[in-house]
Design a protein around this ligand. Structure first.
Ligand code: MG
Length: 158
């Protein structure tokens, strides 16, 4: 068994769509980034890569690379899923917490779980996602940014 941890934070900006876990969430702001800014898929990707002992997404998909400008994070995590499986691991489970004041994640929890499970080609019971408010504190509490923590457990396949 191998465990990995991932963290990411992205700033809100107007004029962009909001994507969380590969799901477009109706909201008045989106997340800034070289990709679509999907903070949840980025944290999950880093947790998986970390558990497999592979380089992080900042290294694999650098924001200085014009070739991947505007890349969908669903494409990033699909590539990560392939790397994980090529390295000989299967995903036992992953858990993530999205920290933001709004939107409320609870409403989208099931659809986000199902999106991540489908992107990673695993059963939904292996994926857990929850939202946490920042209690109005700091840049997360004032709706300037969204942060996400993720943990992944991999099992070596024989
Ligand atoms: Mg990111």
């Amino acid at each position: 068994m191998r465990v990995g941890v991932g963290f990411d934070v992205h700033r809100f900006t107007v004029g962009r769509k909001l994507y969380l876990g590969g799901v477009e969430i109706p909201f008045d702001k989106g997340l800034l980034g070289h990709s679509d800014g999907d903070v949840l898929l980025h944290a999950v990707s880093d947790a998986l890569l970390g558990a497999a002992g592979l380089p992080d997404i900042g290294h694999l998909f650098p924001d200085t690379d014009p070739e991947i400008y505007g890349i969908s994070s669903t494409e990033i995590i699909r590539r990560v899923q392939m790397m994980i499986s090529e390295t000989g691991f299967s995903i036992t489970n992953l858990d993530a917490v999205v920290i933001c004041e709004r939107p409320k994640i609870a409403k989208y929890r099931e659809i986000i779980k199902s999106s991540i499970a489908s992107l990673l080609k695993v059963d939904e019971f292996r994926v857990s996602v929850k939202g946490k408010s920042a209690e109005g504190l700091g840049v997360l509490g004032s709706e300037e940014a969204v942060a996400c923590f993720a943990v992944a457990l991999l099992e070596e396949m024989n």
